[in-house]
Design a protein around this ligand. Structure first.
Ligand code: DAH
Length: 357
């Protein structure tokens, strides 16, 4: 067969090849190990010098032409495949989206964001801890040893004892985050720790799961005055009233000394609560100076470091500020309630726009 005839045959086969696999088969048949062109190239070795000089350029030209045509066909098929895919995957951007009703931000999430915003402005970071907590972090390290009567006040959910006899608990308050923070960070410390807590209790004002925010400041020369100023600043920003009176009543918590319970002055006009004035008082949180033993339990020297702490129910803050009366409705996931009391997702609280936006 002449090289011209062979070329015609290969290019015809190539023209018929409609897939990358078919093109590859043509390539192997022509240029593969025992392909027709490869055979021709091999035959050059058996020719005498004159014949080879005449024939070699013909064969080489044939090989180059066929290789180039095969490459071109491969590229064309690739482009066609890409175009077909692009056409199949086209999205019609002009189609109207299926309308999705926007959800709302739960009042508790909203209040947590408000708290973070207010305390961030005062230089507090947000800390976290686990909800399934060791007995030691939840009680012992907080100066509530086993058999201490204060444990009975907490209606604790205990997990089954582990092999070593240790029982994990669902944390009954956010105070164990104080311990975790003091053990993992060097003072000065300024944190708040909002989160879920659990107690075996249920009525209109108690649910087995509820929310607290813990506050902790550890530094040198911290005193009760710092605590009072911080709480006053927080309550003013949170309720958006300047005329706020706080009343600190002596109290007892094992992890603070002295301990106080803090009431905010308020009035009830026509059945609705108004924060401000001193006509009536509403307890909002527990607080105190961190007990030296708690500081020592975390490996810090209580002669060098002091601080204050506070713990506050978030659900209660939300009820007071936004006027809900039954705590249980918070956790019913009733869409009508959520639509009524929830917040728009883009309604992010900022101090400048008002945290109660
Ligand atoms: N952990 C306490 C509770 O759940 C609240 C509390 C009181 C936290 C005083 C504190 C504090 O940090 O200083 O009842």
């Amino acid at each position: 067969m002449t090289t011209e005839a062979l070329k015609g045959e290969i290019l015809a086969a190539l023209a018929d090849a409609a897939s990358p696999e078919a093109v590859e088969a043509v390539r192997v048949a022509a240029l593969g190990k025992s392909g027709s062109i490869t055979q021709l190239m091999k035959s050059l070795g058996r020719m005498d010098a004159d014949e080879r000089l005449r024939t070699a350029p013909l064969y080489q030209a044939l090989r180059e032409t066929v290789s180039a045509e095969i490459e071109a066909k491969k590229a064309a098929l690739g482009r066609a495949a890409l175009e077909a895919r692009l056409a199949a995957e086209r999205v019609d951007m002009s189609l109207p989206a299926t309308p999705v009703e926007p959800g709302t931000v739960h009042p508790i999430s909203q209040v947590m964001d408000e708290l973070s915003e207010i305390f961030a402005d005062l230089g507090f970071a947000v800390a976290e801890g686990p909800e399934i907590e060791t007995d030691w972090h939840n009680f012992t390290a907080l100066n509530i040893p086993p058999e201490h009567p204060a444990r009975a006040m907490h209606d604790t959910f205990y997990a089954r004892p582990e092999a070593g006899g240790e029982r994990m608990v669902l944390r009954t308050h956010t105070s164990p985050v104080q311990i975790r923070t003091m053990m993992s960070q060097k003072p000065p410390i300024r944190i708040i720790a909002p989160g879920r807590v659990y107690r075996s209790d249920s009525d209109a004002t108690h649910t087995p799961m509820f929310h607290q925010v813990e506050g902790l400041v550890i530094d040198r020369n911290i005193h009760l005055g710092h605590l009072k100023w911080t709480l006053e600043t927080f309550v003013k920003a949170f309720f958006e009233v300047d005329d706020v009176t706080l009343r600190l009543r002596p109290s007892f918590f094992p992890f603070t000394e002295p301990s106080v319970e803090v009431d905010v002055g308020c009035s009830w006009e026509g059945g609705t609560l108004k924060v401000g004035g001193t006509a009536s008082w509403l307890e909002i949180l527990g607080a105190g100076m961190v007990h030296p033993r708690v500081i020592a339990n975390c490996g810090l020297d209580p002669d060098e470091w002091q601080g204050f702490a506070f713990g506050c129910g978030i659900d209660r803050l939300a009820m007071l500020k936004y006027g809900m009366t039954d705590l249980r409705a918070f956790f019913d996931a009733d869409l009508r309630w959520l639509k009524h009391f929830g917040f728009a997702a883009l309604d992010v609280p900022t101090l400048s726009a008002g945290v109660g936006a």
